[in-house]
Design a protein around this ligand. Structure first.
Ligand code: FES
Length: 85
Protein backbone atom coordinates (compact mmCIF):
# COMPACT_ATOMS: atom_id res chain seq x y z
CA UNK A 1 0.00 0.00 0.00
CA UNK A 2 1.11 3.51 -0.77
CA UNK A 3 -0.27 6.76 0.60
CA UNK A 4 -1.55 9.03 -2.14
CA UNK A 5 -2.37 12.68 -1.37
CA UNK A 6 -4.72 14.36 -3.83
CA UNK A 7 -5.57 18.02 -3.33
CA UNK A 8 -4.49 17.76 0.30
CA UNK A 9 -6.46 14.60 1.18
CA UNK A 10 -4.52 11.38 1.82
CA UNK A 11 -5.72 7.94 0.78
CA UNK A 12 -4.12 4.55 0.33
CA UNK A 13 -3.62 2.83 -3.03
CA UNK A 14 -2.18 -0.52 -4.07
CA UNK A 15 1.18 -0.62 -5.79
CA UNK A 16 0.57 -0.88 -9.53
CA UNK A 17 -2.46 1.43 -9.41
CA UNK A 18 -2.39 3.88 -12.32
CA UNK A 19 -2.19 7.48 -11.18
CA UNK A 20 -5.33 8.18 -13.21
CA UNK A 21 -7.24 5.54 -11.23
CA UNK A 22 -5.96 6.99 -7.94
CA UNK A 23 -6.88 10.55 -8.93
CA UNK A 24 -10.14 10.20 -10.88
CA UNK A 25 -12.51 9.37 -8.02
CA UNK A 26 -11.32 12.45 -6.12
CA UNK A 27 -10.45 15.09 -8.72
CA UNK A 28 -11.32 15.88 -12.32
CA UNK A 29 -8.64 14.75 -14.75
CA UNK A 30 -8.72 16.03 -18.34
CA UNK A 31 -8.33 13.14 -20.77
CA UNK A 32 -8.83 14.57 -24.29
CA UNK A 33 -7.52 11.47 -26.09
CA UNK A 34 -9.45 9.12 -23.85
CA UNK A 35 -6.31 7.75 -22.28
CA UNK A 36 -4.68 6.54 -25.44
CA UNK A 37 -1.39 8.20 -24.51
CA UNK A 38 -1.44 10.54 -27.51
CA UNK A 39 -2.05 14.03 -26.14
CA UNK A 40 -0.13 14.29 -22.87
CA UNK A 41 -2.91 16.38 -21.30
CA UNK A 42 -3.36 14.10 -18.29
CA UNK A 43 -0.10 15.20 -16.65
CA UNK A 44 -0.05 15.36 -12.88
CA UNK A 45 2.61 16.38 -10.40
CA UNK A 46 3.51 13.49 -8.13
CA UNK A 47 6.03 12.63 -5.44
CA UNK A 48 7.22 9.18 -4.51
CA UNK A 49 8.03 5.97 -6.33
CA UNK A 50 6.47 5.55 -9.75
CA UNK A 51 6.76 2.99 -12.52
CA UNK A 52 9.50 3.29 -15.10
CA UNK A 53 8.58 5.60 -18.01
CA UNK A 54 6.18 4.07 -20.50
CA UNK A 55 6.71 4.47 -24.25
CA UNK A 56 4.02 7.18 -24.15
CA UNK A 57 5.82 9.12 -21.41
CA UNK A 58 9.13 8.88 -23.26
CA UNK A 59 7.44 10.26 -26.37
CA UNK A 60 5.37 12.99 -24.65
CA UNK A 61 7.60 14.31 -21.85
CA UNK A 62 10.62 16.56 -22.34
CA UNK A 63 14.06 15.23 -21.35
CA UNK A 64 13.89 17.49 -18.27
CA UNK A 65 10.48 16.12 -17.29
CA UNK A 66 11.69 12.54 -17.71
CA UNK A 67 14.78 13.26 -15.60
CA UNK A 68 12.58 14.83 -12.92
CA UNK A 69 10.36 11.75 -12.80
CA UNK A 70 12.83 10.15 -10.44
CA UNK A 71 13.32 13.25 -8.31
CA UNK A 72 11.05 14.95 -5.80
CA UNK A 73 8.67 16.57 -8.28
CA UNK A 74 7.59 14.53 -11.26
CA UNK A 75 5.23 15.21 -14.13
CA UNK A 76 4.16 11.79 -15.34
CA UNK A 77 1.30 10.98 -17.67
CA UNK A 78 -1.38 9.83 -15.24
CA UNK A 79 -2.88 7.27 -17.58
CA UNK A 80 0.38 5.37 -17.99
CA UNK A 81 2.33 6.00 -14.75
CA UNK A 82 1.67 3.62 -11.88
CA UNK A 83 2.37 3.84 -8.17
CA UNK A 84 5.45 1.76 -7.37
CA UNK A 85 5.54 2.11 -3.61
S1 FES B 1 -5.44 11.71 -21.87
FE1 FES B 1 -4.21 11.79 -23.61
S2 FES B 1 -2.27 11.15 -22.91
FE2 FES B 1 -3.47 11.14 -21.17
Amino acid sequence: MAVVTINGCSRTAEEGTLLSDAVSPHAHLETPCGGLGRCGKCRVTARGALSRPSAEEIRLLSPEELANKYQDHMTPIALTAAIAG
